[in-house]
Write a protein that binds this ligand. Structure first.
Ligand code: 13P
Length: 256
């Protein structure tokens, strides 16, 4: 089976001032010295990308944006293109986060266009899927996740190829910012389902290579149990990524 390097990603959402962002990076840099076999990523707001890139310097921290628009340039007031993100130093971009889907009416068709543009540019998409509490209670979790996967990656399905660098994130909406984490078994069940979907829609080799992160109230005290599951390859952390000591405990989960 393919070895998948775990990734711990911090989605800062619309938080932190520029100075706080800089200090957080300095502390993370210090705290990950000597750490191997784990990838660390941060996704600051657009306006902090430049500051964060400079603060990262030569450290092993990947930089992501939290969203992008699919056109390369033009009259799209308020939007930012993938090429602009690359110029700002981003290697990754979070796409289809549930807050974008639910608060800003982003559809899976829109996510698909973004995924297509990001992949064309060589920006690695972190594609988010996840059901709401109502959908879970109605027994629709798998159906909803499958529909989001199919529509958000329609272009990969049409090409019959999913770039193996693509990252997926399962973020059950009911576990985001609520303190209510999916149990490791609940999360693993959906991660397994996603990997099987990749296997049947693409091929086994791709399914073994793609990393699937879990997101939703990840904390230092639940990360180890989540990471012990075979199909959970990392975490997309919101609130707990904003304080260096907390985020570093999550990053260093292997040390117990
Ligand atoms: P919390 O970790 O704050 O629940 O947020 C999860 C999330 O949405 C990460 O993208």
């Amino acid at each position: 089976m393919a070895e998948r390097t775990p990734m711990i990603a911090g989605n800062w959402k619309m938080n932190l001032g520029r100075k706080e962002a800089q200090e957080l990076i300095y502390a993370i840099k210090d705290g990950i010295k000597g750490l191997k076999d784990i990838q660390v990523l941060v996704a600051p707001p657009f306006t902090h990308l430049d500051t964060v890139l400079k603060a990262i310097g030569g450290a092993d921290i990947y930089l992501a944006a939290q969203n992008m628009y699919w056109e390369m340039s033009g009259a799209y007031t308020g939007e930012v293109s993938g090429r602009m993100l690359q110029e700002a130093g981003c290697t990754h971009v979070i796409l289809g986060h549930s807050e974008r889907r639910n608060l800003f009416q982003e559809t899976s068709d829109m996510v698909n266009q973004k995924v297509k543009a990001a992949s064309f540019l060589g920006l690695i998409p972190i594609i988010c899927v996840g059901e709401t509490l109502e959908q879970r209670d109605n027994g629709q979790a798998f159906e909803v996740v499958q529909r989001q996967l199919e529509k958000s990656m329609d272009n990969f399905l049409a090409d019959q190829r999913m770039p193996p660098s693509t990252i997926l994130a399962y973020e059950p909406v009911w576990a985001i910012g609520t303190g209510r984490t999916a149990s490791p078994d609940q999360a693993e069940e959906v991660h397994r389902f996603i990997r099987e979907w990749i296997d049947s829609s693409f091929d086994t080799h791709t399914a073994e290579q793609i990393r699937i992160l879990y997101g939703g109230s990840v904390k230092p005290d639940n990360i180890s149990a989540l990471m012990s599951k075979p199909d959970i390859d990392g975490a997309l952390v919101g609130g707990a990524s904003l304080k260096s000591e907390v985020f570093l405990k999550i990053i260093r989960f292997q040390e117990g």
